[in-house]
Ligand binder design. Sequence first.
Ligand code: TEU
Ligand code: CA
Length: 555
Amino acid sequence: MVGHTPWWKDAVVYQIYPRSFMDSNGDGIGDLNGITSRLDHLQVLGIDTIWLSPHFDSPNADNGYDIRDYRKVMAEFGTMDDFDRMLAAITERGMRLIIDLVVNHSSDQHEWFVQSRSSRDNPYRDYYVWRDGVDGGPPNNYPAFFGGSAWEYDAATDQWYLHYFAPQQPDLNWEHEPVRREVYDLMRFWLDKGVAGFRMDVIPFISKQPGLPNLEGEQRARPHYVYAGGPRVHEFLHEMHTEVLGPYDAVSVGEAFGVEVSEIPKFTDTAREELSMIFQFDLVRLGHPHWRQRSFTWPQFKRIVADMDEVAGTTGWNTSFLANHDNPRMVSQFGDDSPAWRERSAKALATWNLTQRATPFVYQGDEIGMTNYPFTDIEQYDDVEVKGLWRGLVETDKVPAAELLEHLAHTSRDHSRTPVQWSAEAEGGFTAGTPWLAVNPNHTEVNAAAQMMDDGSVFHHHRRLIALRRAHPALVHGAYRDLDPEHPTVFAYTRTLDDVSVLVLLHLCGDALDYSLPAGVTIADTWLAEAHAPEPIPGAGSVRLAAWHASIHLL
Ligand code: TEU
Ligand code: CA
């Protein structure tokens, strides 16, 4: 079909982490009815697609990323009726729902695993990856992301099972064809209900390395690149496309942890019929490749953006995002979350996120500029990853506790998991009870209710950006060109479609600057320059950019 572009290229997606979004019944845990009750907020914002982090039955070793029953709703989140009502309400508003497909691993309480571990000749044995130990130890030296070995010994059958994440998250064996059939069936179950597609958890990890050899040298520091490099991943994804995604015309977003920018087209080149888009992690992890915080420069950031666009922007389609439930808050990581610059830097970052040639993902709370939580003590954290780091680094390797805490205060996944701040009321209006994770004390200043009333808020800036993106196809589909890639703080890029050329000007810095526009650039009109319009300096061909300036112009 000539000229046909799939709907998801024009979509703006909002990620909901259900546990922390909105609690409807006072038990301190967000739930599906809570989501249904807040759809107006998303509609006012202009969101058309929701990605819901896992809502399935789970013992919550990793907040739902350990699924016990793929066809049941987590009891804490509600019932299947609640899900159906939520989906109907989403659909009535003309929005779509993407759910989370977590099939690299299941919960150890999933019936398949209960069977699998029961005996070596159980019909479900090969649903998981079992191996004999070597010299009384694990089969190889793979580390798990949440601490220790990626192998767990199971005395019942005197073998070890593989788990890239927690021991309660055994990896499924995709080499075994019945596993793939089960996955395709459960995908159809949810598609038949009317979901639009899937975000796929660590999907490149599904193909294991033949023979599972030890990690050597450099690989030991970056195991995810080995885990993501199995030889059959593209075969499996193409099969999934043929079996399910294609026939249902479903959208797919692969979480491609461990995938280099140069590898993106292998997943998203439309001719290959695998995935619609992936999340690539070079940008979001620039300031914290792992638990340690690290400094970065804007030219480094811009280089990644340009590379991604060049490598994958034409054969397929990219995503843009600056945060999610596994990373710190957007404004704390990339902006300045001090009261002086919090709002302006959040607006500048939102302007970047919503003007890429990519489908933008907005993580819950970032639309109001929520910040990292002031964690000071290990007891305040909930995350299984933090607990694993504590055991491994502090208890085993004797890294000073203060050193780990200093870094976690910037990098922990829990920063993004504190409840959404709906109002200045107790617990930010998230719950009438006691929240499962503390609400950020700054909810009295940073909250949705206040921002809704304030036309100059981060919320309304997001709303205007989304509306602008919808109104101007150049902002979605236009070619990307970075006009000043080496400037240390200014980001000046164009988005060009046919005869429309749009300039985005960002100043990612807490100081003002007189900036000479790149040669040949003449601003014809200003579409958005809220609260801090660039002041033309007469006759100088330059503009005065305020701290954390953000503006969009027609050239
Ligand atoms: O995340 C895997 C991943 O890519 C990492 O960000 C991971 O969370 C960790 O930070 C590695 O250091 C996915 C989910 O998004 C995450 O919430 C789950 O914990 C994980 O898979 C296991 O399902
Ligand atoms: Ca609840």
